[in-house]
Structure formats: C-alpha cells, structure tokens
Design a protein around this ligand. Structure first.
Ligand SMILES: C[S@@+](CC[C@H](N)C(=O)[O-])C[C@H]1O[C@@H](n2cnc3c(N)ncnc32)[C@H](O)[C@@H]1O
Ligand code: SF4
Length: 354
C-alpha cells in the first residue's frame, strides 16, 4: 500500500514520513501528552535504534503499542563497498517493498558528508547517468531519505554534518517529501544539520527552483548544467526541452536574488562532447553575471554509455578559460574511484540492470 507521501507501508508506518505536527497528532490519538512527541522524536531521529527496548524513558505499554504500529527502519543493508583509502563508502540498501537504492558516505577533512538518493530510479533520462537504468520506479518518502543518513552514520561510526541530495533521482521532482526531510534533518530533535550544510542538486526543474526561492531556504543549490547551449543540453539532458536555458538561467538568478546564496553549476566534462575551448567560452557568456561557482566533474564512465573523461591537460585548459574570465571554478576531487563511483552504478550491477 502506498500513501500520499509516497511511502510504502507494508504493515506499519514510518513516523519519519510525517511532519512533526503529524507525529504529535498521532501520539495524541494514543492519549499521550504533547511532550511525548519530542521524547519519541529524539529516539527516532537521532539514534539508529534497533529495538523498542532501548527507549527506556517511554512507558512500557506505549512501547508495546508502537511496536505493532510503527516501523523502526525502512531499509536494510544489501551491500557495501569501501574505497581503498577508506574515505568513501558506497551502500546499497533494500527498501521494505523490495526496491534498492544507493547512498554514499564521504569523509573530508571538514567532516562526513552523506550523499543520498531521493527516488528509486529517475525519469529524466540524462544520457551519461546510471540512475535512469530501469526507468523511474517511485519517489522515496521523507523517512526513507532520513534513514539513509542515520544508517550510514551508525555504520561509519562518525557524525554526519553535511548532506547532499545527489544520489539517484531528481529531488525537485519529489519536492514535498524533500521539504519534510529537510525539516527533520535540520531540527534540534533530528541531526540538527544547518541548511548551509545541505546541498540540493537538480537537473533544472524550473518550478522547483522558483519554489525553493520563495521559501528562502538557505540551502546550497547545485544546478547540473553540463552544456552551455540548448542544442547540446537538450541532446544530453532531455529535461532541457521542457525547461530550456532561457527559463533556467532566470530562475537561477531569482534564487540568488531571493536567498543571497551563490549557485553551484555542475559541469560534467565529457571527452569530445562538451570540453572544447569553444564551450568554455560559451559557458562564460552564459553565467558571467550570476553569483555562482562552477564545479567541473570529469565524467564517471558508466558501462553501456559511450562517454569518457578528457585528459587532465584538457580539463586544466577548460578550467583556465573560466578562471581567466573571473569565474570561481573547482574540479571535483575524486573520492572512491576504485568503487562503482558513478551514481546508480552499484544498483545497476547488483540488480543486473546493465
Ligand atoms: C545523480 S544526479 C542527482 C541529482 C539531480 N538529479 C541532478 O541531476 O542534479 C547528481 C549529479 O551527478 C551528475 N552525474 C550523473 N551521472 C554522472 C556521471 N556518469 N559522471 C559524472 N557525473 C554524473 C549529475 O549530472 C548531477 O550533477
Ligand atoms: S543526472 Fe539527475 S536528473 Fe539526470 S538522470 Fe541522473 S539522477 Fe536523473
């Protein structure tokens, strides 16, 4: 059975799919006092509890009741790959309806970052991406997003202090659930992660960007650009036919204006496709008057797709053109290139979606 939030409930509900007010209402329907919601929320949202027995400050009869009604976790570990240096761990989780999703934990010098999926599969069909294999299956519920972070923190044994919505799926195609997730992960009863430590990556869903602008959430917005003109972008990313650059760039401008936050443009470098000096110059013209930062990502090869990385000299040349025009540019540091680095690749391999 699936619910309005997209969660699939087998027998019991995942309270992390509800808003905090809905959790309060649920507990009040069980004749519990209002303070019980914060008490229970701390157990659910801060710890990766394995059993109701651990929640010793909750009355025993309530725990017995909840045991039958509430799901403690929405995913179980299927497979895990640890990079040689141990700084990147890729997880494949099984959801209660049997679907599988990927999440990644990365340790940087400034702390641990969780990269989570927001959908099972993706409907956007970008040509270079492994997440589209098998098409779109369903949205993830807020609780399924949250449980990825908790499960990784529990397994890795270190506090997660950054979250990026850059795993499989398009977050702005599942915005209602993403917003509930953001509320929980930011809340003091949750992991209390600052909005500035949260990044939402989008392929460019214009209404979603405008909605985020209206809400003035000070998260970091990353827009996957990958091409500086409509012809090439529509070829690489079909979503560009629906929301071309003439709509996307003004939406980005609106986001910067309303939030005061700098936008990150992701630009995957695909050898011989979008990495020539001509494209670098076109990119400069497209974004030069926007408060932005450009992140160049030498593409992660995906089996069955014909894209390859440009040589390092070409990446450097491309970067220099942007820098000379005064743009802030980084080249994404490669973490865990010895594991199935491209997002969705582990799921594809294990589920035989290649
Ligand atoms: C998997 S997407 C998920 C978030 C969102 N759907 C988006 O497109 O921004 C996260 C980022 O990975 C990039 N990406 C996808 N496949 C890639 C590949 N094979 N190599 C490098 N980056 C890739 C996307 O373009 C995007 O910038
Ligand atoms: S890059 Fe993002 S939007 Fe495009 S198919 Fe992959 S997950 Fe979907």
């Amino acid at each position: 059975m699936s619910t309005e939030n997209g969660a699939v409930f087998m027998m019991s509900i995942n309270l992390k799919d509800l808003t905090f007010d809905q959790i309060k209402e649920f507990l009040s329907s069980l004749d519990q006092p209002p303070y019980r919601a914060s008490q229970l929320a701390r157990w659910l949202f801060q710890r990766c509890c394995q059993s109701w027995e651990e929640m010793t400050d909750l009355p025993r009869d309530l725990r017995v009741k909840l045991q039958d009604m509430v799901q403690l976790k929405s995913l179980t570990l299927m497979q895990k790959q640890v990079s040689l240096q141990g700084d990147t761990v890729k997880y494949l989780y099984r959801l209660v309806d049997g679907q599988a999703i990927e999440s990644v934990l990365m340790r940087y010098h400034y702390g641990c970052t969780a990269c989570i999926s927001t959908q099972v599969g993706c409907r956007m069909g970008c040509r270079f991406c492994a997440s589209t294999a098998g098409g779109f299956i369903r949205n993830l519920s807020p609780g399924e997003m949250y449980d990825q972070v908790l499960a990784m923190q529990f397994d890795f044994g270190e506090k997660i202090n950054h979250v990026v919505l850059m795993g499989s799926g398009e977050p702005l195609d599942n915005l209602d659930n993403v917003l509930i997730f953001l509320d929980h992960i930011h809340a003091p009863y949750g992991l209390h992660i600052g909005y500035r430590h949260i990044t939402i990556s989008t392929c460019g869903i214009v209404p979603g960007i405008l909605e985020l602008s209206r809400r003035r959430l000070p998260v970091t917005l990353a827009v996957s650009l990958h091409a500086p003109n409509d012809k090439l972008r529509s070829h690489l990313m079909p979503v560009n036919r629906r929301y071309p650059l003439g709509e996307l760039i003004p939406a980005c401008r609106e986001y910067v204006k309303r939030t005061g936050r700098r936008i990150t443009f992701e630009y995957a470098l695909l050898s011989g496709v979008n990495d020539s000096p001509h494209f670098a110059e076109e990119l400069v013209r497209l974004v030069k008057d926007l408060l932005c930062h450009i992140n160049l990502i030498p593409v992660n090869p995906v089996s069955g797709k014909k894209f390859s990385r440009p040589p390092a000299t070409r990446v450097k040349y491309f970067k220099n053109i942007l820098e000379r025009a005064g743009l802030a540019v980084t080249v994404r540091r490669e973490l865990g290139s010895d594991i199935d680095a491209a997002c969705g690749q582990l799921r594809r391999r294990v589920l035989g979606l290649l």
